[in-house]
Design a protein around this ligand. Structure first.
Ligand code: PLP
Length: 389
């Protein structure tokens, strides 16, 4: 039996047009005690969304947009140090330390920050909070699919809008696709293309979108591209939620940490399903690791440099081979095999113990490859030569 949602949340969902059956499902996945429901009933619909199957047996794993290496050294040290005092729920206000780190790095006020276990939860939660059967979701195509899958699971209408010829989000077409949507999802840099949508385009969407709708800006890969953030829109009182994760450049995918920056009333609406439990109940080692990592600006820049060097080697090799690659600013690139299906290429690479990424239905001959370490990129190039021969 799913734990009940409070009366106010139930009324809100019914008023927005969700059926009583959907309410039950929402309570199971997002409600207080959801962790228990998930553990006892199996994986919720949204949890697997967008994540390719892991391939633990492959020697080179460049298929899932993970970092090639673990947390930054200060993060690892902070996580290890706090284990000894983890008999306390909060030995020194570690959650406060984390929020203060976000405030200092991003320049946002305390009440505009919410911490989460990764960003999949707040991403799905945005769909539940801001969409309804009458106010749909608009996403790009191709993009990270979790928002779209959550919307389908909730029976919320979804519009998928192709990227522009420069592979940025086509914000005008997105608005035209549903001029009364509840949520417009912008992923920048975009997964899977690694392309950045200009802030001016996002500002245009924010200025022209219908009243009451929200623009969600997913900046999971922002540190790899080193581009300005959209967080100033969140602090200027706009209908914008900016989302970050520690699963990418910070190498903390298995530690589950992320945060959102938004107006306090928007954050409160996102938290109502479980009384803020997901946002507050975070493991101390993850909090400590994230706090020490976020502020390590020099190490972040060095890791970005490492990624750029490894990416450069792979892209130069692909160019020499005459293969066409979408210009990227992040830790992934897309190769168009033209005459060969991407699924066949993935199988061929598996034969070389290399797990490359998948394709998206809109582009069946294009594979996404994650940038790994320099050694992994060299192994990728060697395998490519063998496969092409
Ligand atoms: C664009 C984007 N957003 C969000 C996520 C969710 O990641 P996590 O839940 O680990 O933060 C991913 C994961 O690949 C992603 O690519």
């Amino acid at each position: 039996m799913a734990p009940p949602l409070d009366a106010e949340t139930t009324d809100d969902l019914l008023r927005r047009g969700f059926s009583r059956r959907r309410l039950m499902a929402i309570a199971t996945v997002f409600g207080a005690g959801a962790g228990l429901a998930v553990a006892t009933r199996g994986t919720p619909a949204w949890a697997s969304g967008g994540h390719p199957d892991p391939a633990p047996s492959a020697k080179v794993r460049i298929g899932a947009n993970e970092c090639w290496t673990g947390p930054l050294a200060p993060g690892q040290a902070a996580a290890a140090a706090i284990i000894a005092s983890s008999n306390r729920y909060s030995p020194h206000d570690e959650r406060g330390d984390f929020v203060r780190a976000v405030m200092s790095v991003e320049g946002v006020p305390e009440d505009h920050v919410a911490a989460w276990p990764g960003s999949s939860d707040p991403l799905s939660r945005c769909v539940v909070t801001f969409c309804s059967p009458t106010r749909g979701l608009v996403t790009a195509d191709p993009t990270f699919e979790l928002a779209g899958r959550t919307a389908e699971w909730l029976k919320v209408p979804v519009a998928r809008v192709p990227l522009t010829k420069d592979y940025t989000h086509d914000v005008k077409a997105m608005l035209a696709a549903n001029p009364n949507a509840g949520l417009y999802y912008i992923c920048t840099p975009n997964n899977p293309t690694g392309t950045v949508t200009p802030l001016a385009d996002i500002e245009w969407l924010v200025a022209n979108k219908p009243e009451g709708s929200i623009v969600l800006v997913d900046e999971a890969y922002t540190h790899f591209a080193h581009v300005p953030t959209a967080s100033y829109m969140a602090t200027a009182g706009k209908d914008v939620v900016v989302m970050r994760t520690f699963s990418k450049i910070f190498g903390m995918a298995g530690m589950r940490m992320g945060y959102t920056m938004a107006r306090p009333d928007l954050l409160a609406r996102m938290m109502r399903y479980d009384g803020g439990m997901q946002s507050f109940a975070l493991p101390l080692p993850s909090l400590a690791c994230a706090t020490a990592s976020l502020t390590a600006a020099d190490l972040i820049a060095a890791r970005r440099g490492e990624m750029q060097a490894a990416r450069g080697v792979a892209l130069d090799h692909l160019k020499k081979r005459g293969l066409s690659v979408i210009p990227t600013e992040a830790n992934m690139f897309m190769i168009d095999w033209k005459t060969r299906p991407a699924s066949a290429m993935q199988t061929a690479f598996r034969g070389q113990s290399i797990e490359i990424g998948r394709s998206w239905p809109i582009w069946p001959t294009i594979s996404r490859v994650t940038v790994g370490s320099m050694a992994e990129m060299e192994a990728f190039c060697t395998a490519l030569d063998k496969i092409m021969a």
